[in-house]
Design a binder for this molecule. Structure first.
Ligand code: CA
Length: 232
């Protein structure tokens, strides 16, 4: 199940390390949790270990090539796969889609385009899976962000919901605290940013003559705040 509030994990399979790192950085900034595999064998191992939500798969790879990786993964999983290739033209595209890739991007591509495709493919995949998770007396409606225990609605904070829905979508899997923090990152960042805003607001009430026209703590739109340099 795909939900933007729950961080999707992406496995990048690309042997050009610089390109892999650039993709990883861009995807992390776009809110995904990312792992890199530099060859096909490592990719298959990483896939088996972490069951990512989506795979970005380069075709030309050392050891086991992208076709083979796609073929082997498809035998056991419906995980969305976006193929990358330097090959130009229809045959490669058709072959990739026949092997079960969900989408296909020719190099060179823009990272923005890749992210757009990732969102589209995840959305499509998400529609196929369940949006309500039931476990014992617990019911989690991912789309509506509602949780019920014994049929009674329970109010959860944004972070609590992110944590619960993330774990419930991977039943049986053990996560370290660090992985859980990573999963919550989107929501905690939001919560923490709002907390800063309310601290700033309170501070202004205490130190500014007119909190609406702050003299000391200035808002820098789209970025944050700054304490004014009174020497300037
Ligand atoms: Ca390659």
């Amino acid at each position: 199940m795909y939900n933007r509030s729950v961080q999707a994990s992406i496995l990048i399979v690309e042997d050009e390390e610089k390109l892999a790192q650039a993709i990883a950085l861009y995807l992390r900034n776009a809110g995904f949790s990312v792992e890199i595999a530099l060859d096909g064998q490592t990719a298959l191992e990483a896939f088996a270990r972490h069951q990512p939500d989506l795979i970005v798969l380069d075709l030309m790879l050392p050891k086991v090539d992208g076709w083979e990786v796609c073929h082997r993964i498809r035998k056991e999983s419906d995980v969305p796969i976006i193929m990358l290739t330097a090959r130009v033209g229809e045959p490669a595209r058709v072959q990739g889609l026949e092997l079960g890739a969900d989408d296909y991007l020719e190099k060179p591509f823009s990272l923005r385009e890749l992210v757009a495709r990732i969102h589209a493919v995840l959305r499509r995949a998400g529609k196929k899976s369940q949006t309500v998770i039931r476990a014992g007396d617990l019911q989690i409606d991912i789309e509506r962000r509602e949780v019920f225990v014994h049929g009674e609605k329970v109010e959860l904070t944004v972070s609590e919901f992110a944590l619960l829905s993330f774990m419930a979508q991977h039943p049986g899997r053990v996560f370290t605290r660090l992985q859980l923090l990573d999963a919550m990152r989107g929501s905690t960042t939001e919560t923490l940013e709002r907390a800063v805003d309310s601290h700033i607001k309170n501070l202004r009430k205490k130190i500014e003559r007119d909190p609406q026209e702050p003299e000391y703590i200035q808002t820098v739109y789209g970025v944050g705040y700054r304490f004014r340099d009174l020497k300037l």
